[in-house]
Write a protein that binds this ligand. Structure first.
Ligand code: ATP
Length: 136
């Protein structure tokens, strides 16, 4: 079986009394997910997460805490791929979500209470619950 490892960010910002979460819509499968990507050779997951948040989410963010990794399987050209994804809880520092690249067809700041129902995948909902506990 083929293995892949990615890293990404669950990015938040506090605005007045609200907590907003950065969520993106994948251009290929159209699901709502957090920005993430494959860890390049020689790269650590922190660097990948910061890079992917900038590329796919359009913003800069600083790392607060690593969240428990999630795993899922998918099929590509008849091959089953096992994927491990580590998300880091990150705080927005600057930039504009309108500057996200083509890999995502949309990026939004969503109120924290609306995020779980919007997420497309169970594993993302699970890791988001952990992030939410830390943000309480
Ligand atoms: P990366 O962002 O890590 O570079 P990618 O965008 O090429 O990867 P994935 O987001 O892993 O690829 O999507 C590959 C396949 O896995 C798609 O068919 C997608 O629908 C599915 N997928 C994505 N995230 C999940 C998940 N959390 N659980 C189950 N299936 C998922």
């Amino acid at each position: 079986m083929k293995f892949e490892e990615s890293a990404g960010g669950i990015v938040y910002k506090k605005e007045n009394s609200k907590t907003l979460i950065l969520i993106t819509q994948h251009s290929a499968h159209h699901g709502w997910v957090f920005p993430k990507g494959l860890i390049d050779k020689g790269e650590d997951k922190e660097t990948t997460a910061v890079r992917e948040v900038k590329e796919e989410g359009g913003v800069e963010a600083k790392i607060i805490k690593e969240l428990p990794a999630v795993e899922y399987f998918y099929k590509f050209e008849e091959q089953t791929i096992k994927k491990k994804v580590t998300y880091l809880l990150m705080e927005y520092t600057s930039g504009n979500i309108a500057d996200h690249d083509w890999e995502m067809e949309d990026a939004q700041w969503l109120e924290i209470d609306k995020v779980e129902e919007k997420l497309s995948y169970k594993t993302d909902k699970q890791v988001f619950q952990k992030a939410q506990e830390l943000l309480k």
